[in-house]
Design a protein around this ligand. Structure first.
Ligand SMILES: NC(=O)c1ccc[n+]([C@@H]2O[C@H](COP(=O)([O-])OP(=O)(O)OC[C@H]3O[C@@H](n4cnc5c(N)ncnc54)[C@H](OP(=O)(O)O)[C@@H]3O)[C@@H](O)[C@H]2O)c1
Length: 310
């Protein structure tokens, strides 16, 4: 990529896409091609084809997808498999058809097998059964990875697939019905503080271990890999920083300024005991995450309060 490259960031108003746009602009890329979902529905093949034919982006960051937490994934199973298959199939095919030089597809750590050994390496993909609650989403994403690999093999199209761990940061989804754990905790603690509640009740016992990556780090990795990486093998993008849900809740309580007590509802499930990615391949290429969890949570909370104040 050079400063004159035409770069399409699909999903640029989402958590990952907006961070990729911030990063590209900060690095001096000015010829960004952007369309909101309302302007271009990537599920619509004809519209996608027309867009690529007219704009001919040289580089594509495919960060548009239907994304959600367990509840949304489990109850909207048809939408999750259909929309994700359509978005990625249309975008990857049109990008190749209209001469894009390179495309980066975003996979996800939650499409590895449910019982993959930890930390999860790239070669764990497709070695076991998936988590049933998000299987339709995972199958679609795995198809996207396979499509990127097949287009590389058969057509020589330089498509790469990144596997980000749990992301968080400005632009996150704070809707309790569909959000991920970190924004959900931030909102719960914030609302408890505002209400002057004495306690916050959380599911499980807080011992489950998770990894989080700030979206600004994901964006830096995505731009780095767009420049430096050209191979079919998927590549993990994680912080390597492991934290228990109990520690995370404690940290979020401190950042928010909640002075009450955390109560663990031990009758409720904790989820997988440990979920961590092995990002050794990416680190071996010289990339490092830069945003620490405390600073990242502070910035995200500031963003959340700013949104609420609007
Ligand atoms: N969030 C995470 O923790 C995480 C972790 C690992 C991997 N990822 C991957 O990162 C990618 C982006 O996730 P995200 O968290 O940034 O999601 P997000 O915040 O929900 O953003 C997704 C974006 O895609 C757009 N979009 C959805 N369907 C579309 C369509 N049919 N046509 C055009 N645009 C469409 C959405 O627009 P509307 O909102 O207007 O529909 C939204 O702007 C996904 O591939 C996801 O699998 C995310």
């Amino acid at each position: 990529m050079d400063p004159d490259s035409r770069i399409y960031v699909a999903g640029h108003r989402g958590l990952a896409g907006s961070a990729i746009v911030r990063r590209l602009r900060a690095e001096g890329f000015e010829r960004l091609v952007l369309r909101t979902h309302a302007e271009l529905d990537l599920c619509n093949q004809a519209a996608t084809e027309e867009f690529f034919a007219a704009e001919k982006p040289e580089y594509v960051f495919l960060a548009a997808a239907l994304v959600g937490g367990i509840q949304a994934n489990n109850t909207r199973r048809a939408e999750f498999i259909r929309d994700n298959l359509l978005v990625q199939t249309n975008a990857i095919d049109a990008a190749w058809r209209h001469g894009a030089k390179k495309l980066a597809f975003l996979g996800s750590s939650c499409i590895y097998p449910k019982f993959a050994s930890q930390p999860m390496r790239e070669d764990a993909l497709l070695t076991g059964a998936l988590e049933p609650t998000n299987e339709p989403y995972a199958i679609a994403k795995i198809a996207g990875i396979k499509m990127a690999q097949a287009y590389r093999d058969q057509y020589g199209f330089d498509a790469i697939s990144l596997m980000p761990t749990n992301l968080y940061g400005p632009g996150d989804n704070f809707d309790l019905e569909s959000s991920h754990v970190l924004p959900a905790l931030l909102r719960k603690f914030h609302e408890a503080k505002v209400a002057g509640a004495a306690t916050v009740t959380l599911w499980g016992n807080g011992t489950a271990l998770r990894e989080f990556l700030h979206v600004d780090d994901l964006a830096s990795a995505a731009v780095f890999l767009m420049r430096e990486y050209s191979a079919g093998e998927i590549i993990n993008v994680g912080s390597g920083e492991e934290v228990s849900i109990g520690e995370l809740a404690g940290l979020i309580g401190e950042v928010v300024g909640f002075e009450g007590e955390i109560v663990w509802d031990r009758g409720k499930p904790d989820g997988t005991p440990r979920k961590l990615m092995d990002s050794g391949r990416l680190r071996g290429m010289g990339w490092r995450a830069e945003v620490g969890l405390r600073g990242g949570v502070e910035g995200t909370y500031e963003w959340f309060r700013g949104m609420r104040a609007q």
